[in-house]
Design a binder for this molecule. Structure first.
Ligand SMILES: *Cc1c(COP(=O)(O)O)cnc(C)c1O
Length: 404
């Protein structure tokens, strides 16, 4: 008998796994987008109203960012060429980090090529075997993967549950006390998102900071969905909660409200020096393209300006409008006031069908399913942007009221 061709066998195995994914209603495909990112997009020949993006302030297609990128492209070319430790650190990267630190009110900042890379570089640099990492149950995949990769003992606390967090911290303190007095004393790091990506709810940061102080732990917060929108200066939920100065590690992305791409860590100068030496996704990775970095810097500048203040006010007006319309239609809106408005429907196929009906009416609202959220917690995830008009939000509310 002919031995089965190796590639055929490889694909057979993958296809069996894919079949299982299909049967669970979890099949995913890519759809070609033929317009810039924005509130109106052209996907596979259809014009759709987009309520699915994380481009909360509409900066992804803002001409100011594109112009900054074009200038950097002309001045520095397309590629960064190497890791910043190898060929020198380009001016745009240095400028971005200065403005990030200034914006966040931290002594220093370090840019990464993505938010995912920032997490994967930072947690394993800070922790190793013998240390303890305590994660919120709904923390983003990059935080989970980074925590696992670090080799530290991983504990998960129930989502936003302070009593459970305290239980885990008390356990960690006891474990640390047991360690041999000669060994470097084990460290405990608490990790949470500030505004949760799929639920839109807010971490009780003031209380979490009090607990981590009480138990002498460190705290890392991921502000991916808060930077640009929360706090009087729009720096994030830590600012809004008045605890920014007590958080050791501020993390986020430059690809959402900031409108460009990349990730960052903000904190002390020592943290920056440490990560430059120890974060493997920084040390062993090509620096982000100068154009992307310049666009991110322009996005940050815009957020800090009066124009940014206006955009942020527009966004919150749309949030309040949608919540009021849905409530008036008898639908339950989430408790937290947030640009992320999840409508939890439960079964995967129910959420998928609702998304398809919306699509037929010209609205792009994604059905979010396992593994992005827990099984049986499938939902429509509506995200709002400062670039949506009041009429567009009304149209979505009417369509949702009809379908749900
Ligand atoms: C999007 C996201 C990230 C990753 O950021 P990228 O820059 O897109 O890699 C990290 N954390 C959370 C909570 C996110 O939503």
């Amino acid at each position: 008998m002919e031995p089965k061709c190796a590639v055929g066998n490889f694909d057979d195995q993958l296809n069996r796994a894919l079949e299982a994914i299909r049967q669970q209603g979890l099949w995913r495909t890519l759809r070609r987008l033929d317009s810039p990112q924005g509130t109106r997009v052209r996907i596979e020949g259809r014009d759709l109203l987009n309520f699915s993006s994380n481009d909360y302030l509409g900066l992804a297609s803002h001409p100011g960012l594109a112009e900054a990128a074009a200038r950097a492209l002309a001045q520095y070319g397309a590629g960064a060429g190497a890791s910043r430790l190898v060929c020198g650190s380009l001016a745009p990267h240095e400028e971005l980090e200065r403005s990030l630190a200034d914006f966040k009110g931290t002594p220093a900042a370090l840019a990464f090529s993505t938010g995912f890379a920032a997490a994967m570089g930072t947690i394993p640099a800070l922790l190793g075997r013998g240390d303890i990492v305590i994660l919120d149950k709904l923390a983003h995949a990059c935080l989970v993967d980074a925590a696992k990769m670090s080799g530290a003992t991983l504990r998960v606390f129930a989502h936003n549950d302070l009593a459970d967090l305290e239980k885990k911290l008390a356990w960690a303190a006891k474990e640390s006390a047991k360690a041999a007095p000669t060994a470097a004393s084990p460290r405990t790091l608490v990790v949470t998102e500030s505004v949760f990506s799929m639920d839109g709810d807010l971490a009780p940061l003031r209380e979490i900071v009090a607990l981590k102080n009480q138990y002498h732990a460190w705290l890392m917060i991921d502000e991916a969905h808060a930077t640009g929108m929360f706090g009087a200066r729009r720096t994030g939920l830590a600012e809004a909660a008045g605890v920014a100065g007590q958080i050791e590690i501020h993390m986020g992305t430059l690809g959402k409200a900031v409108g460009a791409g990349g990730g960052y860590i903000c904190g002390s100068q020592t943290l920056r020096d440490f990560l430059i030496n120890r974060a493997r996704s920084f040390v062993f990775s090509t620096a982000p393209p100068p154009a992307a970095v310049a666009a991110a810097n322009a996005g940050l500048e815009l957020i800090r300006s009066e124009a940014g203040e206006r955009l942020c006010a527009d966004l919150w007006a749309r949030v309040d409008q949608l919540r009021a319309r849905l409530t008036a239609a008898g639908l339950t809106v989430p408790a937290a006031r947030s640009p992320i408005v999840p409508l939890v429907l439960g079964k995967e196929d129910v959420a998928l069908r609702a998304a398809q009906e919306l699509l037929a009416k010209g609205f792009l609202v994604p059905a979010i399913r396992y593994p992005t959220v827990a099984r049986g917690k499938a939902r429509l995830r509506v995200t709002l942007s400062a670039a949506h008009t009041a009429a567009e939000v009304d149209a979505l509310a009417a369509a949702l009221s009809k379908i749900l």
